[in-house]
Design a protein around this ligand. Structure first.
Ligand code: R5P
Length: 290
């Protein structure tokens, strides 16, 4: 079993919870910046012959991605047996095709780099839309975990009469997995080039006293959730709950969503955020046992 777990670039509750569950040791290293802006790295943990995993959630990863590769490469060159990547949120999954002539398919470049420096990848609900599997772009073994059972459990524990809403066609896979016997509807979304989204609802039966729960994999700019929530007005007076696996919340989208009349915003701790209420460490630990 893996017991040496590094957190990068900062400590997270998820990393600590994983270590607690596997009786793991925290990987220690020193990293600082030279006056010319280059990075200095020194491992403080002995890694020779050990199975090591780096827990790194790839939000705003451009700022530290090169340093992550330096760390992974240092682990290899100092004798780590295997260097795994636990990426609870995996970035660069949405540019999965050429939408306009000349565009770079960054998902492929990113996957090639990760596949060069790591021995395997574990992630949670990656945005698989045009790719059906990570193996289409990652050449290392990858494990995809799903937060749906944990989200389902949260809903059953906290909401008496839920009604699930997927804000767009892509969310249907998550909504169906979470719903089980809960009634649900999936909306239709069109995203314009300037980032605006338009959402249309199918005809709905009276929601009565049911609590509307919007479920999506990612809240990034918040445009999808905001539009979906705004359209709910007129259909029910019960304030909705918004649940997302990955809380990116760019700019002030978290605040905007709070102001639009949402009862509660609940997310998984795949990315550290004040809205984290669902701990995904149990599923990560299962995967780390292989
Ligand atoms: C579909 O595209 C995804 O499932 C999410 O709906 C989307 O990433 C959310 O992005 P934003 O918060 O920027 O609307």
């Amino acid at each position: 079993m893996i017991r040496l777990v590094f957190d990068f670039p900062y400590d997270t509750s998820l990393g600590q919870n994983v270590r607690d569950k596997v009786n793991g040791e925290k990987g220690r290293f020193l990293m600082r910046t030279f006056p010319d802006g280059e990075t200095y790295v020194r491992l403080e943990s002995l890694v020779s012959g050990r199975d090591v995993v780096i827990n790194a959630s790839f939000v705003h990863a451009n700022d530290w991605f090169l340093n992550l590769l330096f760390l992974a490469d240092a682990l290899h060159s100092q004798g780590a047996r295997r260097v795994g990547l636990l990426a609870p949120y995996l970035s660069y999954m949405r540019q999965d095709t050429v939408f306009h002539p000349g565009e770079a398919v960054t998902s492929k470049t990113f996957a090639r780099l990760i596949s060069t420096y790591f021995d395997y990848l574990i992630t949670i609900d990656p945005h698989l839309h045009r790719y059906h599997s990570l193996s289409e772009i990652y050449s290392i073994p990858s494990t995809v975990l799903h937060a749906a059972p944990l989200i389902s459990e949260w809903i059953h524990q906290h909401v008496e009469a839920p009604f699930l809403i997927g804000p767009d066609g892509e969310s249907a896979q998550w909504v169906k997995a979470i719903a089980r016997e809960i009634p649900f509807v999936v909306l239709n979304k069109v995203r314009h080039e300037d980032g605006r989204v338009e959402i249309s609802w199918p005809p709905l039966e009276d929601l009565g006293e049911k609590t509307p729960i919007f479920v999506d994999d990612i809240i990034s700019s918040g445009a999808t959730m905001l539009q979906a929530v705004k359209h709910l007005k007129g259909l029910t007076t019960v304030k909705p709950i918004c649940i997302a696996v990955h809380p990116i919340f760019a700019d002030n989208s978290y605040q905007k969503l709070q102001e639009v009349g949402v009862e509660r915003i609940v997310t998984c701790n795949s990315i550290p955020h004040p809205s984290n209420e669902i701990d995904v460490s149990s599923i990560c630990v299962e995967a780390l046992k292989f």
